[in-house]
Design a protein around this ligand. Structure first.
Ligand SMILES: [Zn+2]
Length: 91
């Protein structure tokens, strides 16, 4: 009982940096891990992590810089003061 048409097109998600709506395949999924109490943002490359996810343009470093500078992920992921070190190490 899968919806093949929807699977083919892929769900549409908005980038948290630029708010552009895109097919999910064009975006990287970010999720939060709770290690040691502090929420840590990580790339969810397999899209299997539970919980709330946020999406960001996969190939746009400006979106990444913007979400880090403006703290947009805390709101998108509903966590306070997340550890963004994984994102920073990529840029
Ligand atoms: Zn973007």
């Amino acid at each position: 009982m899968t919806n093949r048409a929807a699977e083919h097109a892929g769900p549409i998600r908005s980038c948290v940096g630029c708010r552009t709506k895109q097919p999910q395949g064009q975006l990287s999924r970010l999720a939060v891990l709770f290690d040691d109490g502090r929420p840590k943002v990580t790339y969810d490359l397999k899209r299997r992590l539970p919980g709330r996810g946020a999406y960001i343009c996969a190939d746009n470093p400006k979106c990444l810089a913007r979400v880090i500078q403006k703290g947009l992920l805390a709101r998108a992921l509903r966590v306070s003061d997340p550890d963004l070190s994984i994102l920073m190490s990529r840029s």
